[in-house]
Ligand binder design. Structure first.
Ligand code: VGL
Ligand code: ZN
Length: 226
């Protein structure tokens, strides 16, 4: 592998000689829909409700039919996760604290492993999902991105999966635009993937201008708006 992963171009065969299943006769085969965190806790009535979050499942269901490859991500925290305000005595949700890896917004307890809030929204009906990436399962570090934890060190394995499968064009939807969708899209660009965020399939938290800032960074990084 080259040292700089952004220099990798996927030719349909990985550097170790394994052929991947991209069929050149089917130009859509290298496209993948990445559905970020469409879970009960991010929808109205949930612990960290994103306004209009329950409007995205219908859009995503429809979109998923146009893709040969669909991946879901699932925020999946242990009880007592360090991103929860409840883990910091005296702290309020939506405040920012310094953790060893940098600033971290504190959230209400949400998406606790194997609870109702962590389950996918019941309106999400994506028949052709081939992989579910869980993230945020280490107590001491949050993970907005589907590619790596917020400490920027621990990869989830998704980049390797996509490369090995020849999936190089990512279309990202889900919740929330300004956190997990944006972090996922930005990391995907850093890793050399082509990325489009489909706004109709996203909703934002918009904390202190975070939505505008996220779009600025995404545009700067070459993320396309779909
Ligand atoms: C998310 C805050 C905390 C998200 C996850 O999915 O955008 N936001 N955990
Ligand atoms: Zn979370």
């Amino acid at each position: 592998m080259p040292d700089d992963p952004s220099k990798t171009t996927n030719t349909g065969t990985d550097p170790a000689g394994w052929s991947v299943d991209v069929d050149p006769a089917r130009p859509g085969e290298d496209r993948v829909l990445v559905v970020v965190d469409v879970q009960n806790d991010f929808c109205p009535g949930g612990a960290l409700a994103v306004p209009g979050g329950d409007e995205v499942p219908a859009v995503i269901n429809e979109l998923s039919r146009q893709f040969d490859h669909v991946i879901l991500t699932q925020d999946w925290h242990p009880a007592g996760h360090l991103s929860f305000a409840s883990s910091h005595p005296g702290a309020r949700p939506f405040a920012t604290v310094e953790l060893p890896y940098g600033p971290q917004v504190l959230w209400p307890d949400h998406c606790v492993q194997d609870t109702e809030g962590a389950r996918f929204h019941p309106g999400l009906a994506v028949r052709n999902c081939e992989l579910i990436v869980r993230k945020g399962y280490r107590r001491e570090v949050d993970s907005y991105s589907a590619f790596r934890d917020n400490d920027r060190r621990s990869p989830t394995g998704l980049a390797g999966y996509l490369r090995e499968r020849g999936l190089r064009r990512l279309f990202v939807v889900g919740l929330a635009t300004d956190f997990c969708v944006a972090y996922t899209a930005l990391d995907a660009r850093r890793l050399g993937f082509e990325v489009t965020v489909i706004e109709a399939g996203c909703r934002a938290i918009d904390l202190d201008g975070s939505l505008g800032a996220a779009w600025e960074q995404m545009e700067e990084a070459g993320v396309m708006r779909g």
